[in-house]
Write a protein of this length. Structure first.
Length: 95
């Protein structure tokens, strides 16, 4: 898979959006634990990274080379935390 650019902004400096391919999302579940705060933070970062990898895979499957307007949300559920990333898959070209 070629590099997929992930951005929280709705535009990318130096690029032109050639097509909008639709909304994509990814999620990852992280069990809450009684571990130390530091290990819990490490687990959260791991879940966030996994959700980002899944977002990139969804973008590639849609034929995109970037995801713009990425937002993150976190929900507590059933003894864990759900990390959700959403964004718009786009095709971009360098200016």
């Amino acid at each position: 898979m070629s590099e997929i650019i992930i951005a929280t902004s709705d535009t990318l400096d130096g690029y032109r959006i050639s097509s909008y391919l639709g909304l994509i999302a990814s999620r990852e579940f992280m069990l809450d634990s009684c571990l130390s705060n530091e290990r819990h933070i490490d687990g959260f970062h791991s879940a966030l990274k996994s959700a980002e990898t899944r977002l990139r895979e969804s973008a590639a499957s849609a034929g995109a080379n970037a995801v713009i307007g990425v937002r993150s949300e976190y929900f507590k559920n059933c003894g864990g935390t759900i990390v959700v990333l959403t964004g718009t898959a786009v095709s971009i070209e360098k200016l």
